[in-house]
Design a protein around this ligand. Structure first.
Ligand SMILES: [Cu+2]
Length: 400
């Protein structure tokens, strides 16, 4: 049995709902811009982004598909640590190939839901996902990093995502995320239990383009940089030992979590020596030039770090005369992970680079709260836990 299929049917999208959503989102984002002065572009001149949902006026009539993680709430738990990543399988019953033009994800319980990612499961991965679901009696499975059913990485299998600050909704006019007949959707929910557990019933709503629409393909790209953030130089607890942290993460999140920090250093031409002199650890920076592999049009950018991140930047062709800042959030807030849609989409070419740069504050006075106590300082590597860190850029683009 496949858990989680909610009511699916043909209904029209009502533009009044969208207008309300747009007003609410615009107001809240605008407030934060004023309060925090978050956004700076390369020349401090024109505000390069428009605020989501930029395309809400373009409400297309199509088929709406609604589903939830399951038919009853799921209560997260974690044998080790504070994070439960759970993958739920949904059969959307796609009988034909199609294009998704709107993705709305509704986190069920804000106390515990830290992100939701919808993955497209196609081809051989369908069998693997059904088998994992069967073995869990339809309850889904623990899934750090992704569904782990052999589907491609780097964002190619993303259908949509929600994280604090996301607003979701209609995609830009003329674009859609392709879905295949017979494919499944895995809904990965990251539950953080730093404030205890609580039942959740997250859900999502997709709009499919009417048959015969000719839309360009929109896809998600992920950009990475290594995360190597030592403790302040005057600390020497076991938690501040990188090797010990890697072993602990391996036990919590599987062997791949020990390998990822090494892959990131190699892929970005870095060594640990680049991160050796952290001082009081209040400003530890990292960056990586990610190659653009195909000519494409960029439509949106987003940044992702966890609780110790303070600054994130995405820059096209950094260090050249043609350098262009795509996104800069100089006062990072975990609740600011939404997509920023370019007013004018940005053209990129094969051979260009996109540098993702992150800065963290791992000083003793800036440790995240676990319940009512601050966490003890530790060496931070790339990891799935809320108290680990990531340095991730998320873009939506259309290949030429
Ligand atoms: Cu993360």
């Amino acid at each position: 049995m496949i858990a989680g299929l909610g009511a699916a049917g043909t209904v029209l999208v009502h533009s009044t709902d969208w207008a309300r959503a747009a007003a609410r989102v615009d107001a809240s984002v605008a407030d934060r811009v004023v309060e925090q002065g978050h956004f700076v572009n390369a020349n401090n001149s024109d505000f390069p982004w428009t605020l989501f949902p930029a395309y809400a006026s373009d409400v297309r009539e199509g088929q709406k598909l609604s589903f939830a993680i399951a038919d009853k709430p799921y209560t997260p738990s974690s044998a080790e640590g504070l994070d439960d990543y759970h993958c739920f399988v949904i059969d959307p019953k796609f009988v034909k190939d199609g294009m998704v033009t709107s993705v709305n994800i509704a986190p069920g319980n804000a106390k515990v839901v830290h992100h939701v990612i919808l993955y497209k499961i196609e081809g051989a991965a369908v069998t693997a996902a059904l088998e994992k679901n069967r073995r869990s009696a339809g309850k889904g499975w623990t899934c750090f990093g992704g569904p782990n059913v052999g589907s491609p990485g780097s964002g190619g299998n993303w259908l949509g995502a929600w994280a604090p600050g996301s607003s979701g909704g209609a995609l830009p006019v003329g674009l859609g995320v392709p879905v295949k007949a017979g494919s499944l959707i895995v809904m990965q929910v990251h539950y953080n239990l730093a404030n205890g557990s609580a039942p959740d019933l997250s859900s999502a709503e997709l709009v499919l383009a009417p048959e015969g629409s000719s839309l360009k393909v929109l896809r998600t790209n992920l950009l990475f940089a290594p995360v190597e953030v030592p403790c302040a130089a005057d600390l020497s607890s076991p938690d501040c030992n990188r090797d010990a942290v890697l072993i602990e993460n391996g036990q919590k999140f599987g062997a791949i979590s020990e390998a990822i920090p090494r892959f990131l250093l190699q892929g970005c031409n870095r060594t640990l020596a680049d991160y050796a002199n952290a001082g009081d650890a209040s400003r530890v920076s990292t960056s990586c030039d990610n190659p653009v592999r195909t000519d494409a049009t960029l439509y949106s950018v987003a940044g992702h770090m966890h609780l110790r991140g303070v600054d994130i930047r995405l820059e096209l062709n950094a260090g050249t005369n043609a350098a262009k800042t795509l996104l800069h959030i100089p006062k990072w807030d975990f609740h600011w992970q939404g997509n920023y849609w370019f007013k004018t989409p940005v053209e990129v070419k094969k051979g260009d680079t996109i540098r993702v740069s992150c800065t963290y504050d791992n000083s003793t006075g800036n440790q995240p709260m676990i319940g009512d106590k601050p966490a003890s300082p530790r060496y931070i590597v790339w990891g799935e836990g809320t108290t680990d860190e990531m340095c991730l850029g998320v873009m939506m683009s259309s290949p030429k």
